[in-house]
Design a protein around this ligand. Structure first.
Ligand code: FES
Length: 113
């Protein structure tokens, strides 16, 4: 919805739409459980998948979404899914490795005992 269209709605309707939009927004920090890192966050640390860190939150969110949709992506699937995120530090090999580590961690975390 563009801003012109949203301005034509009553204020109460705009607030409802905005609150629904905001509830769908996630952050990399929100993905952690208190002080416990998510498997994706742990994997990025283990793989050294960041240098300056500017792009890291975006990669964490996209990697999490990728693994939600495809729990066992191959390298091509990871590259394709993350192709919209740019890392000027060229940490791509480490990022791909981190996603694979996260996939293994998530499988282990959800595997039946
Ligand atoms: S870690 Fe530097 S831009 Fe991604």
């Amino acid at each position: 919805m563009n801003s012109t269209a949203s301005q034509s709605l009553p204020r109460s309707r705009r607030i409802i739409i905005w609150s629904r939009y905001c509830s769908a927004i996630s952050t990399s920090r929100a993905r952690a459980d208190g002080d416990t890192l998510s498997p994706v966050q742990e994997a990025f640390i283990e793989a050294g998948a960041f240098q300056c860190g500017y792009c890291t939150p975006g990669f964490l969110l996209m990697a999490t979404q990728l693994l939600d949709e495809n729990p066992d992506p191959d390298d091509d699937a990871i590259r394709h899914y993350l192709s919209g995120n740019l890392c000027r530090c060229a940490a791509y090999p480490e990022i791909i490795n981190a996603v694979k580590i996260a996939a293994r961690k998530r499988k282990g975390a959800t595997a039946p005992a």
